[in-house]
Design a protein around this ligand. Structure first.
Ligand code: PMP
Length: 351
């Protein structure tokens, strides 16, 4: 019955999200969630809003949230765009800022939503290979293009680019949008948010799903000069002028304002990540240097699929992609210390 489909739909390869199994007491280290839960202030804000305000439409401009984000990042509220998860912010970015016939550049290996959006919005792409150490080399992007998108740190490798390298990339391409996807920036990277005043082509995208533990709520945002945010707003208002529900707005505002909770949780995750990386290396794993809330690691002898299955059989879920060059790597999200100990125990006992 695909005769009823638009031609693009027939060619789509939809993004496949990590498994969200219903099995209880599984150690779930497969989708980079935060093990510590959101700020208690966010939870109280949700309860209060649920009690008395759900019959009302939410603020279509999410003013309070945008102001909280602006204060946190030292920008103006009209330089902030918010959306239903950074995936939606990215989708609007692809629609609003990318050209169809000049290639979009992004790394080959990266977040697999980029190829999906490129297909959906009919955008030409050139994938720029990572170097032998799985690193993004900013100089490799010195070529004509319509736009660039780079996750910093990259996913699923976890390797970050230093801020001067990001700035060099943005400065080298003044005529095209350069989008920096900072989903994992709070676990060891340095945000490019401070550069937006100087670069009219820079858009920085972040999420509250990881360092602020609100993945279930779906909140992401972009920071950029007014003309970029204006383009995103035009697309949003042509699509759904209420992208963020009331509960998401109050929870996200409280989470952004609770600097103490944020700092405590992210420091714990960084400490556990560094411990897990060290222990995996001691077992002979090849572990990429992560600046994210996950590690990307390869067993010294066994194939990635075998290690994945052995962990799964013991109730530990990690992420594995059966793709060339990365088929032997596993992406392991950093959980609590106890969860990571469980992972390490299973790995130590592999045949
Ligand atoms: N960017 C990258 C690089 C990611 O890994 C993810 C998480 N899958 C996202 C964006 C989207 O996160 P969210 O939609 O939860 O904000």
């Amino acid at each position: 019955m695909s005769q009823y489909w638009s031609p693009i739909v027939s060619t789509l390869k939809p993004y496949v999200a990590g498994e969200q199994p219903r099995i209880q007491n599984l150690v779930k280290l497969n989708t980079n969630e935060n093990p510590y839960g959101p700020s208690p202030k966010a939870v109280s804000a949700i309860q209060a809003a649920a009690d008395d305000a759900l019959r009302l439409y939410p603020d279509p401009s999410a003013t309070a949230l945008r102001e909280a984000i602006a204060v946190r990042f030292g920008v103006q509220a009209d330089q902030v765009f918010v959306g239903n998860g950074s995936d939606e912010v990215l989708a609007h970015t692809f629609q609003a800022l990318l050209k169809h016939d000049e290639p979009l550049l992004y790394p080959d290996i990266t977040y697999s939503f980029y190829p999906t959006y490129s297909r959906l919005y009919d955008i030409d792409v050139v994938e720029i290979p990572l170097d032998g150490g799985f690193r993004v080399r900013h100089a490799d992007y010195d070529r004509p293009c319509g736009a660039i998108i780079i996750p910093n740190p990259n996913a699923p490798t976890g390797i970050g680019l230093a801020l001067p390298d990001i700035e060099a990339l943005v400065a080298a391409h003044p005529d095209v949008p350069v989008v920096v996807d900072e989903a994992y920036i709070d676990f060891g990277g340095e945000t490019a948010a401070g550069l937006i005043g100087r670069y009219p082509n820079l858009l920085v995208i972040q999420t509250l799903s990881k360092s602020r533990s609100l993945a279930g709520m779906r909140v992401g945002f972009a920071l950029g000069q007014r003309h970029l945010v204006d383009a995103l707003e035009r697309v949003k208002d042509s699509f759904n002028s209420y992208p963020l529900d009331r509960l998401a707005q109050v929870a996200a505002t409280a989470a952004i304002e609770d600097a103490e909770w944020f700092e405590t949780c992210r420091q714990k995750i960084i400490a556990t990540r560094d411990r897990v990386s060290g222990e995996l290396q001691a077992m002979g794993f090849d572990v990429l240097p992560s600046q994210a809330n996950f590690v990307y690691a390869k067993h010294p002898a066994l194939a990635g699929a075998e290690v994945y299955s052995a962990l799964r059989a013991e109730g530990v879920l990690v992420r594995h992609w059966n793709k060339p060059r990365i088929a032997d790597y596993l992406r392991i999200s950093i959980g609590t210390d106890a969860e990571c100990d469980r992972l390490l125990d299973v790995l130590k006992n592999l045949p």
